[in-house]
Design a protein around this ligand. Sequence first.
Ligand code: NAD
Ligand code: UD1
Length: 348
Amino acid sequence: MRILVTGGAGYIGSHTCLQLLKAGHEIIVFDNLLNGKEEALLRVRDLAGCSFPFYADDLRDREAVERVFREHDIEAVIHFAGSKAVGESVRLPLDYYFNNVYGTLVLCDTMKRAGVQKMVFSSSATVYGMPSRCPIDETFPLTALNPYGRSKLMIEDILRDLSQSDPKWSIALLRYFNPIGAHRSGLIGEDPSGPPNNLLPCVTQVAVGKLPCLAVYGNDYPTPDGTAIRDYLHVEDLAAGHLKAVAKLSSLYGVEAYNLGTGRGWSVLEVVRAFEKATGRRVPYEIRDRRPGDAPIVFADPGKAERELGWTATRGLEEMCQDAWRWQSRNPNGYEVAVTAGAERLSS
Ligand code: NAD
Ligand code: UD1
């Protein structure tokens, strides 16, 4: 299939692009490099052994989006592009609505005009808000706790309205739980711009010596060791879920939501211990206050994805930690490479 990948230079997008290429799909990547890196795409190209068009453009630039659809006979879109930092979304809500919601509106409108009606959208477990129990299935009530989460909910609603208006739309909403890890090669991985917010990038940055100590947010939750529990899944498993979702689009009518998680929860301290065991590195930590807005326990019921997409997560926590560490230790400064005159570019 010929697939437009928005946000393909980012963490999950780059891993998915590589799997798409390896499976024989044609891809066109569209990313404004707000948080993604062109170097990630160069490495994807080298790992896959084949190149692809890259547009270093912004989804809010209608002319740029239209140009891609004019220049390529696109059959489906995987839509990763967006901003994702919860704290930042509280400080800059308009930026989040403008980037995530307006960017998606421009994309959908252009798709409609071009007659492209197949989409896989990056939603998030954040749409379940503060779940009253676990595991969480797709019928749980949806709510938002912050502007980032609200932007995801708004987009889900927009996509549902769109499919109501025209039954030819085929849209998979993938609600990710907590992706971690990196490609086995250690060549692509998560490279947050600025200080990391998520647990694993903080753990790896402590292990590599960039941060002095891990802050563990709360040890008074109603869990066996008092720290909060999440459903961590390997980014390679998550990327594989996108290939399954793309395959499903030809028989999917309307909108369907799928949880992508393992169905198993791990506490913060269990993750720290698993990381230390898998890598032989020590991760000093100190207990801090709870982080506002954090739920005590979040893990998925991934049964619908298994039944309807034929997808399950296969990699365990140890492998996730080993792969995250291989990436971080080989690339202590992420994708940062010497910028020299005539440095290699993919974008035209
Ligand atoms: P990421 O920041 O690494 O990737 C997002 C990419 O989108 C970046 O490369 C960025 O440059 C690009 N982008 C942002 N705004 C754009 C715009 N206006 N036009 C073009 N490109 C733009 O994030 P990720 O972790 O790979 O997440 C991908 C998607 O999955 C996001 O929508 C995110 O909200 C969602 N998600 C991520 C997680 C997670 O834990 N990583 C969890 C749930 C959902
Ligand atoms: C967070 C976001 C969620 C978003 C997801 C992916 C919040 C409240 N939720 O999920 O909306 O979709 O990231 O971007 O921000 N932790 C520590 N120390 C740290 C970092 C994290 O103890 O330095 C703990 C957290 O308190 C949490 C767990 O580790 O219990 C996982 O945190 P994180 O990786 O940020 O993911 P979520 O909070 O699940």
